[in-house]
Design a protein around this ligand. Structure first.
Ligand code: RUQ
Ligand code: CUA
Length: 635
């Protein structure tokens, strides 16, 4: 047996697991040691689940529970962020089969996204992104199946995916912001999507105040989920991490892990307390309506300046240092703020926030529980039965705890709210449960998005798969049922009941992409569904309109001149489910997908004189290989 095989077996794997924990714990301790280790105090980090059954016992269970027989459908859609890939992925749950990738901020060769003209215009010349948080639009506290929203941390953008076509239809640049990280839509209706800037910058970031970080700030931005317009921003003094909204439309939330305003690690970890920002949306919108705003940069977006002290717009609820996730329980009553550098979750009673805003109680009085859940708590999700599940990064466990008991335990140390700790493999970031972010949390499945997989899969070189582990939470104890290797790096995921999502099978000829091509065709007086036409629109500019019906393109050959800018616009007239075509022009870096009833296009420069075959790259027909034509480039 090779060394590698040894690592896959129980004993060796555990040793390696422990050493990784120790390694990561060490890193954190060094950081924390700069100021204090008190916040990390109570656990040594080696305490992990004893409740979990040995790995071998799981194998059988796993097959039964996640196996979806051939031809059968999953019960849930999982929407996964794709992290550095800049995309969104759709998985079926519980099978964990990957069903689709939706290109968002990335250039995708399979579909042409990012090079195809509509998407290229949306991306504004950029070809990468960093997606973290995927959330669906809501009505009345549950998913309404209309949109998916996702952030781009790299370029401070928000994108929207239409759930009927599962394609992006809008991308907005967020002004005055860097590191857009936490986002969350309102839950009472498809209202605002709130977006947090994680990086502090000079508000007017034009060369002023660069050397004076005390003047830096960060924006909490409200974008209208229907129009995708940036409505307003609130300027706060400290950076913001994760976001959440309540269930009534009254508040939004942001965790703040750098209330110190530090610009290096030491500075960011100096204070033992940071806070949860609570934004009073009605007060902010009144200030915007009354013009009590400031001008920042050259953006026309109204900015409410809420830096410094608590006031009508923002409340700062003190929580232990460097909080990360904030999640609202399905009853809408509690906000769970994960400690990250503190082994606790602070439970904020949302019903007490009005009194705190009115100054009748202190902001800290809204904290009604602070259970100790393990070392490095990051995110919390719910089963709809009064229990919470917190991902614990350093301990590599998911901790299940009872919310009511945690509240009782706040005043009675004899009560233990912790129900179970389950080992995950390894270093879990986000965790989420089926319908957990809605009032319909159903407590069936939980996903643990582990950042490291090491010995869990065949070694494929230095870059390992992530390990998205599926856990059955329908019973009294959590049971690990599946290891899901994933290309890096899903940050967050939501699990949505399948009856809430209604994708179409044929592209509806409406919406932003369709209108984009319609406008162009209207200029040339062309009916894209009827005509095959080559139009010279300028001395060096040609538009080629082509329809496709399996297995032929409407134009078997067309002529252009070397150096011409050619815009090739193809309409797929097939009205047959799954009958996608595409077009690839040899040696011109042109290759894009056209789904049934859709229109897509790409612009390129005609190369040196010669014959260039174009062909359909999607297997569409018995005569698919014959589906091609010639572009003749003349001198
Ligand atoms: S963050 S691992 Cu980008 Cu969602 Cu917490
Ligand atoms: Cu059309 Cu292959």
């Amino acid at each position: 047996m090779s060394d590698q095989e040894h690592e896959g077996q129980g004993g060796a794997a555990n040793e390696i697991g422990e050493s990784r924990r120790d390694f990561l714990k060490g890193g954190l301790a060094v950081g924390a040691g700069l100021v204090t280790t008190a916040a990390l105090g109570c656990r040594d980090g080696t305490t992990t689940a004893s409740d979990s059954a040995p790995a071998a016992a799981h194998a059988e269970v796993s097959e039964n529970k996640t196996h979806v027989p051939p031809g059968k459908l999953d019960d849930y859609y999982g929407f996964w962020s794709g992290g550095q890939s800049g995309e969104i992925r759709i998985l079926g749950i519980p099978s964990m089969r990957e069903l689709k990738r939706i290109p968002v901020f990335n250039r995708d060769a399979a579909t042409g996204w990012g090079a195809e003209d509509f998407s290229k215009q949306l991306l504004g010349g950029r070809s990468s992104g960093d997606t973290h948080h995927v959330h669906l639009s809501y009505t009345d506290g549950t998913y309404d199946g209309r949109y998916v929203f996702v952030n781009d941390k790299a370029s401070a953008r928000l994108a929207r995916v239409r759930c009927d076509t599962m394609a992006v239809d809008a991308i907005v640049d967020i002004p005055n912001s860097q590191g857009t990280h936490g986002i969350f839509p309102q839950r009472h209706k498809t209202g605002l999507v709130l977006c947090n800037a994680e990086f502090r910058t000079p508000p007017n970031n034009d060369g002023r105040d660069m050397e004076d970080p005390s003047k830096y700030g960060a924006m909490h931005t409200a974008i209208d989920g229907e129009t995708m317009e940036v409505k307003w921003q609130v300027l706060v003094e400290s950076n913001m991490d994760l976001a959440a909204t309540d269930y009534t439309g009254k508040y939004s939330f942001a965790t703040c892990y750098n209330s110190e305003g530090g610009v290096n690690l030491e500075g960011m970890m100096a204070a033992d307390r940071d806070h949860l920002y609570v934004f009073n949306l009605a007060a902010i919108e009144k200030a915007v309506a009354d013009g009590e705003t400031i001008q920042v940069g050259d953006s026309s977006v109204p900015v409410v300046d809420a830096r410094g002290e608590d006031g009508p717009y923002v409340l700062r609820v003190p929580v232990p240092k460097s909080p990360h996730g904030v999640n609202i329980d399905p009853t809408g009553r509690y906000a769970m703020v994960c400690g990250k550098l503190s082994p606790t979750v602070s439970v904020v009673d949302i019903e007490k926030l009005d009194a705190a805003f009115a100054g009748q109680i202190t902001p800290r009085d809204t904290v009604v529980a602070e259970p100790e859940v393990g070392l490095g708590p990051l995110h919390t999700c719910f089963d709809g039965r009064g229990n919470a599940y917190t991902s614990i990064f350093i301990d590599s466990v998911v901790t299940k705890w009872n919310i009511e008991k945690a509240i009782q335990a706040f005043n009675d140390e004899t009560i233990n709210p912790i129900l179970q700790k389950l080992d995950v493999h390894y270093q879990v970031g986000h965790t989420n449960a089926s319908m957990s972010e809605t009032k319909d949390a159903d407590g069936k499945w939980l996903i643990a998005l582990c950042k490291f997989s090491k010995d869990r899969f065949l070694n494929v070189g230095p870059l390992h798969a992530e390990n998205d582990q599926l856990i059955d939470i329908s019973g009294d104890v959590m049971e690990l049922v599946h290891d899901g290797p994933a290309y890096p790096e899903p940050h967050d995921a939501v699990i949505v009941r399948r009856d809430l999502i209604h994708p179409v099978k044929m592209t509806p000829r409406n919406g932003a992409s369709f209108e984009f091509y319609e406008r162009i065709a209207a200029e040339d007086g062309v009916d894209m569904r009827q005509e095959n036409k080559v139009v010279r629109v300028g001395p060096n500019k040609v538009r080629v309109y082509m329809v496709s019906v399996a297995p032929v393109f409407g134009i078997p050959e067309f002529k252009v001149k070397t150096g011409d800018e050619v815009q090739l616009i193809v309409t797929n007239l097939d009205a047959v489910e799954d009958l996608s075509h595409g077009i690839c022009v040899s040696k011109h870096d042109v290759n894009f997908l056209v789904n049934p009833q859709d229109t897509k296009g790409m612009t390129f420069t005609a190369g040196s004189p010669g014959v260039y075959w174009y062909y359909c790259p999607w297997f569409c027909h018995a005569l698919h290989l014959e589906m091609r034509g010639r572009m003749i480039v003349e001198a």
